[in-house]
Design a protein around this ligand. Structure first.
Ligand SMILES: [Zn+2]
Length: 233
């Protein structure tokens, strides 16, 4: 095979390797995180905190109700068990009881509100928990697939690199150096075809003399504009 054809083969191998590496990079990026699951977990943490807060508030109000009941009950007993005979004292107890019961009623109303808040928060939290569980199961499966794909691409890269080493020795050092140099400067693509007398890399017309040179077996011709190695194939 002519040097230019050997270089075209090397470019094909390098293109494959670059595609495999880009695919592997993408797989690794996807393996690093799952934004949807992270978002669902944050939402679960928020709903969990809201539920805890509502329950703390519920317990605080329940404690107020209990505390008032523990004051009301003995006062009621004193009122009816006949131990207090004095009318004035009985009236005082009655007033005291009314005021305590009024305060307890207010707390009991608050308690009804908080019960419904707790119920809503519980529903919200369990919805979030189900979403997280569903996404975690999917993510588990995705990760297995992605890890499998990463291994497959890793193997392909190793094999392609080996083919590159084998292909490299078929190219003389000066031509190889030229190829590497142009490839680096031209975004990974060192070869241009001459199609209809025009360079496929930069679309300028290639002079007749250069075209002939590109046809010959061992001399390498470069596009005078983009410097890519010209191939007639
Ligand atoms: Zn060109």
């Amino acid at each position: 095979m002519s040097q230019v054809n050997e270089i075209v083969s090397l470019q094909a191998i390098d293109d494959e390797a670059a595609a495999f590496r880009a695919a592997l990079e993408d797989v690794e990026r996807r393996l690093r995180g799952n934004e949807e699951l992270d978002g669902a977990r944050r939402q679960l943490a928020i709903s969990d905190a809201a539920l805890k807060e509502a329950r703390i508030e519920q317990r605080a109000i329940e404690a107020q109700v209990e505390s008032l009941t523990s004051k009301i009950d003995p006062e009621e007993r004193r009122l009816y068990d006949g131990s207090v005979k004095n009318i004035k004292e009985l009236q005082n107890i009655q007033h005291e009881l009314e005021s305590l019961k009024e305060r307890r009623s207010a707390f009991e109303e608050q308690l009804l509100e908080i019960f419904s808040r707790v119920e809503i928060a519980e529903r919200e939290r369990s919805t979030c928990a189900r979403t997280v569980a569903r996404l975690e199961a999917l993510w588990e499966k995705d990760q297995q697939d992605l890890r499998h794909e990463a291994r497959r691409l890793g193997d392909l890269i190793v094999r392609t690199d080996r083919r590159r080493e084998e292909q490299k020795v078929r190219i003389n050092p000066r031509a190889l150096h030229l190829y590497e140099d142009v490839r680096r400067r031209r975004g990974g693509n060192a070869i241009a075809r001459v199609q209809g007398g025009v360079c496929s890399g930069c679309r300028i017309a290639i002079p007749e003399g250069l075209r002939k040179r590109a046809f010959s077996s061992d001399a390498l011709a470069q596009c005078p504009n983009c410097e890519r190695i010209l191939s007639m194939g």
